[in-house]
Design a protein around this ligand. Sequence first.
Ligand SMILES: O=C(O)C1=C[C@@H](OP(=O)(O)O)[C@@H](O)[C@H](O)C1
Ligand SMILES: C=C(OP(=O)(O)O)C(=O)O
Length: 429
Amino acid sequence: MTGMVEVWATPARSTPVDAVVTLPGSKSITARALVLAAVAEGPSRLVRPLRARDTDLMAAGLRALGVGITEDGDDWLVAPGELRGPAEVDAGLAGTVLRFLPPVAALATGPVRLDGDARLRERPNAGLIAGLRAAGVEVDDGGRGRAPFTVHGTGSVRGGAVTVDASESSQVVSGLLLAAARFDEGLDLALAGTVPSMPHVEMTVRALTEHGVTVVPTERGWRVSPGPVAAVDRVVEPDLSNAAPFLAAALVTGGRVSVRDWPTDTTQPGAHLDRLLTAMGAQVVRTSDGLQVVGGTRIAPLEADLGEVGELTPVLAALCALADGTSRLTGIAHLRGHETDRLQALDEVLTAVGARVQQLPDGLVITPGPRRPARLDSYADHRMVHAAALLGLAVDGVEVTDPGAVTKTLPDFRERWAGLLGEPVEVPA
Ligand SMILES: O=C(O)C1=C[C@@H](OP(=O)(O)O)[C@@H](O)[C@H](O)C1
Ligand SMILES: C=C(OP(=O)(O)O)C(=O)O
């Protein structure tokens, strides 16, 4: 790459923020909705889908397989077509594309090659590839267990009883379940070990049910019956994981932040922010605006197993570096296979701004220290930019290189962050 790498001087803030924030659609729900719409019986409409790099790549990948996806204002119209290769799929850095697209590709006729960013080639995928093979699909990965690889679709997939190792990513389970109703024998999926991010698996099961697919829990996994996938028009919930930095700003500044349209019944892991931010000293209430977080005079340290809500770790770890005691975050070994090795990246970033950090095999121990200015890297990781922005509220002189990493799920993050810090965007009632 040539040219200058962009550097963002993140704004500091010594007075309480007071804002009501509206956020775009959930990455995870948009991804599932696109895949299910693509394998459904008829056309459907997606209202308020997330438009960001990950979901645009999912749409592009499905289009490459023959699915019609067009825009109607802010909506997406999805028209299933005959799935066919040969095709090339660019997964970028998206775990959802890496793990949700190949089982759909297996239903196509012809080879489908999947590749992506340099870091995507390091993200673990042996579990999915082995699971596809056990379902009768030919996959050529050169023995790497990672991208790039080619799925040799024949137009149908046997399916049946399959055991998978999804300990490195829940997306292995979600990917197989999402396409499973279209397999000849459906899928009787058993887990070989533990699976992180269970709310995301529940999100998949719920989405399948909403599309009329029969999916039942079994002793060691889930069974999906073969059958049609109903076409469903759907409104996408706001992305609650992307709400994390905004709500956390209330704790850092002793202010008040509301996120609009907070769903009352959701499988998004961000729903756990309620309990986690309360544990860190915030007051969290539902108002007519949505979910409101009010920060206090201190940030309490956090002891938590974040295995179910790994996505929230970068922002919570940044809060821990600003707390008034030592925090211990565990259950998150799989974060080493995310956009970057997030445990290593957080160690580097929090240490740079003055905290003491100990890496555990499956987590981080974080002790705040005297704060100091630092130039931080984004590690091409959207959530590391969110974490840096949050640190920058309280630590003078924080800069982030390559802040454009936010395009992955929230392209206008910096504008929204400026809005949060400006005059109240909207005065709460
Ligand atoms: O299914 C999904 O939409 C996701 C599942 C989780 O993946 P892992 O289980 O790999 O952490 C999560 O971290 C990711 O951001 C989105
Ligand atoms: C882990 C994440 O993304 P991906 O879907 O690429 O795994 C994330 O968004 O925090």
